[in-house]
Design a protein around this ligand. Sequence first.
Ligand SMILES: NC(=O)c1ccc[n+]([C@@H]2O[C@H](COP(=O)([O-])OP(=O)(O)OC[C@H]3O[C@@H](n4cnc5c(N)ncnc54)[C@H](OP(=O)(O)O)[C@@H]3O)[C@@H](O)[C@H]2O)c1
Length: 485
Amino acid sequence: MSAFLGGKGCQGSAEQGTAGSWEGKGKGKGKGKGREGKGREGKGREGKGREGKGREGKGREGKGREGRDSGNTQAVRGKGRGQYCVGVACVVGVPIGGGLMAYVTVAPPPARGPPSRHRRRGPRPRGGRRLAAGPGGAGPAALIAARGGRGAAMERVVLVTGASGGVGLALCQRLLEEDGRIHLCIACRNEQKSEATRDLILATHPAAQVSTVEVDLGNLASVLRAARELRCRFQRLDFVYLNAGIMPNPHVNFKALWHGLLTGKLLHMLTTAEGVMTQTDRLNGDGLQEVFATNLFGHFMLVRQLQSLLCGNEKPSRLIWTSSSNARESAFSLSDYQHAKGQESYSSSKYATDLTSVVLNRKFNGQGLYSSVVCPGLVMSNMTYRILPVFLWKLLMPIMWLIRFFAKTYTLTPYNGAEAHVWLFKQKPEYLDSLVKYHSCTSGLGRCYVEPRKMDVDEDTAEKLYQKLLELEEQTLEKYHDLLD
Ligand SMILES: NC(=O)c1ccc[n+]([C@@H]2O[C@H](COP(=O)([O-])OP(=O)(O)OC[C@H]3O[C@@H](n4cnc5c(N)ncnc54)[C@H](OP(=O)(O)O)[C@@H]3O)[C@@H](O)[C@H]2O)c1
């Protein structure tokens, strides 16, 4: 469990140093090691005084909630505009790899305009090529902010997995609409996808601060490498959207649908896919069931490895898992938690996600880390296009719009599907119920809103699953000990 402490190599004795003492104290100058500067983060983590005051724009959050009870559900329409911060101008050193520093000016951005222009000396930071170079060239400023250095601008750092398309991409765009000053770190499977995604985001938000990190969540070595990279790059993460997911080889059971029509269960089946969808899973390179590994365990490992960036920060950090209304207890079994035997690996993995989130809250709320689960509803994305051919979905679209009058979780577009994710971005986590799943909904007339629904989770089962995940984590860390700091 040594990696549980996280950030050893990158943070190590850093907090004993002073801000700006990073240069020259790096343990090594070779590749990789040069990034490990003693005292590199200095007193930044504490960010004494400067971060605390005036961070939240008065009244901007106020309109977030409107309740409407219906059974165990409550409609919530988010009108809040999120939190905004006020920065303090200063010149600070940015570690740029290889033991070098760049000095940048971090000034409070104008009220509505793009982030302020900064000055940079020396080579670009590692990975800097991928940072936004819009007006204000936000890359280093974002890193400074992310490190929470003294006097740094207070941008929130948001990591999104599965950002290359569908809900993840729409989420990135929507988060930037909410707060153009966040530092967005997009996690995609490979460099090509990262670049393409970053370009897409910058096309609509040219001043955005966007960096990338490569991670294949179905490959634990890749997860460990990505976590190490993130620990080196950032000092804290404010939001981690654990959104990437797969549903391989989906099959629709049309006979079950017909039966549902005859028994009056069709609407329920159409909104939860219960009894309608099956998948064929397989083992991945780590010897784990691929769906479990990608949808849950890869993310779980990532979170655990990033614990040092997520816990004990001045403000709470947030995990937001993209689950599904297809998560069902009946598809999940503790004795087969990877779902090697059944044909509903997707449903099982999402149920296991719900359980995991519940336990994470129990274990980490005290350390300022909060976890929530959302369902984006039925969204037309690459995932759904694997269930039925695109042309068939297009033909079915008028029917789906009609169904939406009865099935509000037919959000249909990635933009609508990201409603709950964005709503959570604007909420104070202390007021959220960890046993609730937040569903993105769209009314028949196209209005987006969020509906919290109590989850069908047994906390005892959740704890037992968590212990199993810890055991698996321990085996993984033993196997990949060379990738640990
Ligand atoms: N669409 C729906 O109706 C629906 C309903 C309920 C829940 N969800 C959930 O919503 C989330 C987003 O799905 P979506 O509808 O937006 O589908 P999507 O368009 O297929 O997006 C899935 C994302 O996950 C990424 N991904 C898949 N495997 C990965 C891996 N091994 N490592 C890293 N990234 C990986 C994909 O990257 P690549 O581009 O590299 O493949 C893609 O960015 C998923 O968790 C899904 O289960 C979707």
